[in-house]
Design a binder for this molecule. Structure first.
Ligand code: NAD
Length: 427
């Protein structure tokens, strides 16, 4: 681990001095390589973590999209030029790399999540030490091979394999200036504490308890499609998976009947391990003991669930989705917001006024109208409120803030001392 961090620190001066458009061109070539290797890489994802081939292909596509998008930032990464309050003075801001970035990533998106971190970090001139999940080392190795093939100089991205001990040591390595972490809340909090102690920057993307709201005027067929895909795609093992359906009482019975019919037909891929299956079963057992009703097995729907039950509050990270009945759009928004997480939420309604009220009232980082809770696009910020993170965002322009420092520059060409806030003449 020490070696990889040193390599990243040594590579930093020369990588940051390569003009950003040239760095962007390496990312562009990486995008082209990813495109040509899409099927092979998707197959590797399926082998390592069990995602179905169609979904694995979608994941690789997300990395391709991100690579093209961030390649373009090589010629943008805009700063600001603003008027100075003094004559003969020029004022602007520039983005600077942070330095050595430590990346710690989970197993459930072994290609897409790392690409959200790697590509903005690289185009901005940072070097990287990456600790992937010990469950998906081959995906990591392959991504780095492709980056090298695309022309990335040696030492700019360095992989270090291992579990929690290696992760902790990496966070603490003195040369690491920024830690970008995606994973569970329990680990994320530890990383945040360590970073706070050491005065390091830290960007966290943690769990979710995402909900789909179905109002009484919703297109129920559309809502069922969205719920099934969001709740049970990738076996519910996405940070944006829907694990709560919040439904208006007028359509609860109909929606539940339609959902049960669909879910009974559904076949899903495997969960990551036996412990994950057990965890789901425990949640379900406890909920049933507390009064919930199990409607399906395998992919599991529960109704008679109240918002305060553990099954309706905690991230399960498996194919378990609860149905909660509400009496109004206002109550739906309250139930949606009243969980420790704030990643993604969705509302199905045909009423544009209700949709806009929901956009205002739902306090998650991502809100969908008439679509499920998953499926973000790379050109917009990704991240959540409350326990889902610490305010940092990935993707879109917001990612540039996560992986750069602002440098503010004043050039005084008056040839005399000008004192800001003192030598300004009154209007
Ligand atoms: P995890 O927290 O167990 O592990 C994540 C990473 O942290 C792994 O690389 C792991 O080895 C490492 N790690 C473990 N202990 C550590 C420590 N003490 N110090 C430093 N690193 C340590 O998470 P997981 O099971 O791999 O992934 C599932 C979780 O990730 C879920 O909670 C899911 O919601 C979350 N997730 C969030 C997003 C998002 O963008 N919000 C995206 C994907 C997954």
């Amino acid at each position: 681990m020490v070696t990889q961090v040193e390599q990243a620190a040594n590579a930093f001066p020369s990588w940051r001095s390569i003009p950003a458009p040239r760095r962007g061109e390496i990312l562009f070539r990486f995008a082209e390589l990813l495109k040509s290797q899409k099927e092979e890489l998707a197959a590797l994802i399926t082998v390592e973590m069990g995602k179905l081939p169609l979904e694995a292909g979608g994941e690789v596509q997300e990395a391709i999209d991100m690579a093209y998008y961030m390649a373009g930032e090589g010629r943008r990464s805009f700063g600001q030029t603003v008027p100075s309050e003094l004559p003969d003075k020029f004022a602007m801001s520039l983005r600077e790399p942070v330095g050595v970035v430590a990346m710690i990533t989970p197993w459930n998106f072994p290609v897409a999540v790392p690409s959200w971190k790697l590509l903005p970090a690289l185009v901005l001139g940072n070097t990287v030490v990456w600790k992937p999940s010990p469950r998906t080392p081959q995906c990591a190795a392959r991504l780095v091979e492709l980056l090298t093939e695309a022309g990335l100089p040696a030492g700019v991205v360095n992989v270090v394999n291992g579990g929690s001990e290696v992760g902790e040591a990496l966070v603490r390595a003195p040369q690491v200036r920024l830690v970008t972490f995606t994973g569970s809340n329990a680990v994320g909090r530890r990383v945040a504490v360590a970073c706070a102690e050491l005065g390091k920057r830290c960007a966290l993307e943690l769990g979710g308890k995402n909900a789909i709201i179905v109002l009484d005027d919703a297109d129920l067929d559309l809502a069922v499609d969205g719920i099934v895909w969001s709740a049970f795609g990738t076996g519910g093992q996405r940070c944006t998976s829907c694990s709560r359906v919040i439904v208006h009482q007028a359509v609860r019975a109909k929606l539940t009947e339609m959902l049960v019919a669909r879910v009974k037909q559904l076949q899903i891929g495997p969960l990551i391990d036996a412990a994950a299956t057990q965890r789901c079963e425990e949640f379900v057992r406890e909920a049933v003991a507390a009064g919930a009703r199990r409607l399906t097995t395998g992919p599991t729907l529960l109704d008679n669930v109240t918002p305060a039950m553990r099954v309706a509050q905690e991230e399960i990270f498996g194919p378990v989705c609860v149905i909660i009945e509400v009496g109004s759009p206002e109550e739906a928004a309250r139930v949606n917001n009243d969980v420790p997480y704030g990643l993604s939420s969705s509302i199905y309604t045909r009423d544009v006024n209700r949709a806009f009220v929901a956009l205002r009232e739902l306090t998650t980082g991502i809100v969908y109208v008439n679509a499920g809770t998953t499926g973000s696009e790379v050109q917009l910020p990704f991240g959540g409120t409350r326990g889902t993170g610490n305010g940092a965002r990935e993707a879109g322009q917001a990612a540039l803030d996560t992986f750069s420092e602002w440098k503010t520059v004043y050039v005084d060409y008056s040839g005399r001392l000008q004192r800001a806030q003192i030598d300004t003449s009154p209007a």
